[in-house]
Design a protein around this ligand. Structure first.
Ligand code: ADP
Length: 197
């Protein structure tokens, strides 16, 4: 029954850590970025609607993003916990998540903030561009995504900090080392993984 959020700038390694943490806590990882990319790739109605925003490094409108998260968290496998990666990213999304949790009679256990040095994350994203060819991993779009993060998402950290939920983790270093840091910090808060990874 663990409900976690992962927050961090583009390139901090959220996606990689999300799937590992989800496995460790035996909960589904829900990534809004992955859901959007899947829909773009398959040219669904949602995909066609969101493609231009994503390619430009802009946020998808809250109405669309909130709707897909509401649907996804309403699925059976999310009833006993979840790990949200890349959501909420705006104050409106924070409010929507609050409503969803309240109506389910549940609450968040922790917000994992993965930090990373800007030069390092830009270098990582440019490398990923070569490897995966993501349309939003060009130098200009990366810079824009960082700005949008600083403006719209970084302020959420204060909101969750004031609720005593934030666990800050340095995202630099080997993938395993970062996972261990997160698991250790969560265990210190009484949140123990159920599966050894
Ligand atoms: P990154 O964190 O590296 O930017 P993501 O996969 O989390 O990668 O997101 C990729 C893109 O998907 C974002 O730039 C944005 O266009 C869209 N997106 C993902 N999550 C959200 C969200 N919660 N709200 C609005 N747009 C989102």
């Amino acid at each position: 029954m663990t409900r976690l959020l992962l927050i961090g700038p583009p390139g901090a390694g959220k996606g990689t850590q999300a799937s590992r943490l989800a496995e460790a806590f035996a909960v589904p990882a829900v990534s809004t970025g992955d859901i959007f990319r899947f829909n773009v790739k398959n040219e669904t109605a949602l995909g066609l609607e969101v493609k231009a925003f994503i390619d430009a490094g802009a946020y998808v409108p809250d109405s669309l993003t909130n709707a897909i998260v509401k649907d996804r968290l309403g699925e059976a496998d999310a009833a006993a916990g979840f790990l949200l990666d890349g959501y909420p990213r705006t104050t409106d999304q924070v409010a929507e998540l609050e409503r969803l949790l309240e109506s389910a009679g549940t609450k968040l256990d922790a917000v994992v903030l993965i930090t990373a040095d800007t030069d390092e994350v830009v270098a990582r994203l440019l490398k990923r561009a070569e490897e995966q060819g993501r349309a939003d991993d060009t130098a200009d779009v990366i810079r824009h995504r960082m700005d949008v993060y600083a403006e719209q998402t970084a302020p959420l950290i204060d909101v969750y900090t004031s609720r005593g939920l934030v666990v800050t983790i340095d995202g630099l270093g080997a993938v395993d080392a970062v996972t261990d840091r997160i698991l250790e910090a969560l265990a210190e808060r009484g949140l123990h993984a159920t599966v050894t990874i």
